[in-house]
Design a protein around this ligand. Structure first.
Ligand code: LLP
Length: 866
């Protein structure tokens, strides 16, 4: 084996605690290492952590735990048992290390626990695991040798480093000469195994690398050996665009540059310690994070090539942030104020993370992961600082950070993100000077639930370019549960497409509604047992055949204007008025009078109307629409709850309303809330029901609770259908808690969005300065949603349906407005040309009803398909 050429490149594979604690994982390690050396042109260095949990035990022992002897015995027993499990002779393989560990307790140093003794204790986790691994892999036929990391990694001393840091959190030499490399390569086996976490101290003893130590060891070896790569094998698939525990839709980041990876690991992701990137970064060695259980996943690759896509790569949250706000009028233009305050932070051993400054205020954050932020330290710091300024400590805070290259050029895409933060109390905003991060510090309590929303907003706005397959891999949810089946649309069927093409030839723009799809949606909701009353919100689509179809399925109809009410009765002359619900907003008085005359249910959402128009309401039954103080929806413009919304009576005003109702003999028989449109999380409605039931209990005369509409549909190809089963389950549970109320819903979009398509013809295809545009004869006049809400509607070329969608176009309409864009960067067949029929999908809700004649263009036509 000594015949191995010394120039053979190395690859470093690092395995963490969970990857070395089970036999089948060692088999994986053996397989991975053997595969690398197969061609004889690569050598492998395996770096391992201690078995899981062992370092914690050793730390307790090193810290002087009273039951140290018991803990050592348990560790000995555990390693012996694992050796037996691996079919090894524990005495032969581990005997020396185990007796040294036991001997350390009898060592005279154990009484005072000096740092060098602690290091000796701590080193045993890796010494044991690597010895077990080497012996086991040898029995499995791997040509592997063991080496002591302390013979190869040298600790160095840094200025300002404490004695503790110089022994138990050391940095190591990052350069090696050729002699070092030649010596290393002279070890006889093609595979070597060594320990993470430990190095040689300048005094010849053991030094410990501290947190993230094994990753750092691997990176150091990678750099020193000028390895072709360092692979960190762990128990997660890699780095994600957010913590998957908070955001199941978080995407695997398959490629990052060192700076981005550094930023992501510093601001949240636990998978790689930020310290471990440095050694690879300085020597340009590529790194990868890979999953031991799922070695076929792409993992995260990190190298020096700056990524080509600017954009937000990740969003993270750090808790436990302490803000120190320092206020003084004296600071303005005074020389040395900053120096004075930072000197005090230094004195208390606190490192500052974020800084915000104004004329009379400086606010800084302390990150608990770098600091020992105890109340004592803060009290001493405050006292010290109060000699030169007024001090306020704000805690606990959360820092929410967006990471990605070119943050400044993205600001225009972050409007929704700013708007979301606008609803919270933001204490500090900080943009890093390397243009890689933007951080918002808010109260910890306010940060709950924010990450999924922000993540979705970053994707929707295009700030997080998830369509870039070179950087964004599958979502965590997809990795966990497999790729969801794509929703197949009714118009993908060949016969339906022929019918659509025939209709398009009669002229476009033209909406076509597929009534069978409407029925299917109605039946799906009819099957939800907890619901007693169903109203279709006809504002979504008031086509007579849609109304007839839904009425026949047992749906009532919800109207927002007297015009809609008249339309309903004109379409369905015999309809029982009790199946109609009137939910107007700021309607004139005569519409309420008209509605009562018709005998329909009427909803009111303010006390002023009751007081100003007593004759309209006297002696009537009314439903009360409530604002629960918050809203939701696919876009800020469709949120209908919360202080900024014009809809609903605030909970705090309910008593007033009830009193005013009593004076005019009004009976409140229904309670209603509709907090927004296009809501994807099924929990929303059960919460609304619970809150409304509480209100209803207090009123006493209520028999119906209407939890509104708002159910979303899958607009994007990767969107999942609304989880009706989970929704139904939540409603059943909550209904069981308050069974005496009749539960009503009033969905619009869910019933009709997918039944409708907008057929258009291509007018022109134009290339301009690198952007190819397909022009349609329908724009924001025919379908307002993309211009108004940045809404996504899939487009397909029906004429060339079987051609590959292989060219990117922006899809635009014929209206003289820059916002007349139906889609950006959409794939259509490269041959798309004038006269082709293009279908705009999922346009059945809020399509025709919002169309207009702007630019004096005709309204679209409408057809139904049976
Ligand atoms: N109930 C009330 C009181 C409503 O205001 C609405 C919709 C609904 C029910 C039905 O909500 P749905 O289930 O369709 O989400 N033009 C926007 C949607 C505006 C919704 C207005 N109110 C869009 O195209 O997304």
């Amino acid at each position: 084996m000594s015949s191995l050429p010394t120039g053979t490149p190395w690859v470093v594979l690092k395995f963490g605690g969970t990857s070395v604690s089970q036999r089948h994982r060692w088999d994986t390690i053996g397989r991975l290492a053997s595969k690398r050396i197969e061609g004889g042109d690569t050598r492998v260095l395996v770096v391992v952590s201690a078995l899981s949990g062992v370092t914690n035990e050793l730390t307790a022992i090193a810290d002087g735990a009273a039951d140290a002897a018991v803990r050592v015995d348990a560790l000995v027993a555990r390693h012996r048992a694992f050796a037996a499990d691996l079919g090894l002779d524990a005495d032969a393989v581990l005997g020396t290390h185990l007796s040294t560990l036991q001997g350390l307790l009898a060592d005279p140093r154990a009484a005072t626990r000096p740092l060098d003794w602690q290091a000796d204790v701590l080193a045993h986790g890796e010494l044991l695991s690597s010895s077990l691994g080497a012996a086991y892999l040898q029995t499995q036929g791997v040509d592997i040798g063991w080496c002591d990391a302390r013979d190869w990694l040298d600790a160095i001393e840094l200025p300002n480093q404490s004695a503790w840091g110089r022994r138990l959190s050391v940095s190591c030499k990052r350069e090696a000469d050729d002699a070092w490399r030649t010596r290393f390569a002279a070890q006889p086996t093609p595979v070597l195994i060594t320990q993470g976490f430990i190095a040689r101290h300048g005094d010849g003893g053991t030094a410990i690398l501290g947190r993230g130590g094994s990753d750092t060891s691997a990176a150091l070896f990678g750099g020193l050996l000028r390895a072709s790569g360092v692979e960190i094998w762990t128990d997660v698939p890699g780095m994600f665009s957010a913590n998957p525990r908070d955001v199941p839709d978080a995407r695997l980041l398959t490629r990052l540059d060192y700076a981005e990876a550094q930023e992501i690991s510093t601001t949240g992701a636990k998978v790689l310690h930020p310290r471990s990137l440095g050694p690879c970064r300085v020597s340009g060695v590529p790194m990868a994070i890979l999953d031991t259980e799922r070695p076929d996943l792409p993992g995260t690759r990190i190298d020096g090539e700056a990524s080509t896509v600017p954009g937000v790569k990740a969003i993270s949250r750090r808790n436990g942030i302490v803000l120190v706000s320092m206020e003084t009028v004296g600071m303005w233009q005074s020389v040395g104020f900053m120096a004075d305050i930072f000197e005090r932070f230094k004195r208390h051993g606190l490192s500052v993370d974020l800084i915000g400054s104004a004329e009379t205020n400086v606010t800084v954050s302390l990150d608990p992961s770098d600091n020992l932020v105890s109340t004592d330290v803060l009290a001493r710091l405050s006292e010290d600082l109060s000699q030169i300024c007024r001090v306020k400590v704000i805690a606990p805070c959360a820092a929410i950070t967006l990471v990605g290259r070119g943050m400044r050029s993205l600001l225009h895409k972050l409007s929704d993100v700013w708007a979301t933060f606008g609803k919270e109390r933001v204490h500090l905003i900080s943009q890093s000077s390397n243009d890689l991060n933007l951080t918002f510090v808010i109260d910890e309590a306010d940060a709950d639930g924010l990450l999924p929303q922000l993540h979705a907003e970053l994707i929707a706005s295009g700030a997080m370019p998830v369509d870039d397959g070179a950087v964004f891999g599958p979502s965590w949810k997809e990795i966990q549960f497999g790729k969801p089946a794509r929703v197949v649309k009714w118009w993908e069927d060949a016969t339906e497409r022929q019918r659509l093409l025939a209709l398009a030839s009669r002229g476009t723009p033209r909406y076509v509604y597929h009534l069978q799809t409407v029925r299917e949606r109605a039946r799906a909701l009819n099957a939800v047992g907890a619901i007693d009353r169903r109203f279709f919100a006809i504002k979504a689509n008031s086509h007579p055949w849609i109304l007839r179809t839904l009425e026949a399925e047992g749906f009532g109809l919800e109207c927002v204007s007297i015009g809609e009410i008249e339309h309903v009765f004109a379409t369905l002359p015999g309809l029982d008025p009790s199946r109609v619900l009137f939910t107007p907003s700021f309607a004139p008085r005569r519409e309420y009078d008209g509605a009562f005359e018709r005998g329909v249910n009427v909803t009111l959402d303010n006390v002023e109307a009751l007081r100003n128009w007593p004759e309209t309401f006297r002696g009537r039954d009314l439903w009360l629409r409530i604002d629960l103080g918050r809203g939701d929806g696919h876009h800020a413009k469709v949120v209908t709850g919360g202080a900024a919304s014009k809809f609903g009576l605030p909970i705090a005003a309910v008593d007033d309303f009830v009193a005013a109702a009593r004076t005019v003999g009004v009976r409140i028989t229904g309670i209603h809330a509709h907090l927004g449109s296009g809501i994807g999380h099924p929990k929303h409605w059960r919460e609304v029901y619970a809150e409304l039931a509480g209100v209803a209990d207090g009123i006493g005369t209520v028999d119906s609770i209407d939890i509104g509409g708002g159910l979303t549909i899958p607009y994007k190809p990767d969107d999942q259908p609304f989880d009706l089963a989970l929704w139904a389950e939540g409603l059943a549970e909550i209904k069981a808690a308050w069974p005496r109320y009749r539960l009503a819903i009033e969905p619009g979009r869910f019933m009709v969005a997918e039944c409708g398509v907008l057929l258009t013809h291509v007018t022109q295809v134009v290339g301009k300065q690198g952007v190819r545009r397909v022009g349609l004869d329908a724009g924001m006049n025919a379908l307002m949603r993309p211009a108004m809400y940045d809404a996504f509607h899939a487009v397909r070329n029906l004429t060339r349906f079987d051609d590959a969608d292989d060219a990117a176009f922006d899809i635009v309409g014929p209206i003289c407005e820059s916002s007349d864009v139906l889609g950006i960067d959409r794939l259509l067949p490269v041959g798309t040309a004038e006269g082709d029929v293009v279908l705009v999908s999922d346009a059945g809700a809020y399509g025709f009803v919002m169309a207009n004649t702007y630019n004096l263009r005709d309204l679209p036509q409408e057809d139904v398909l049976e």
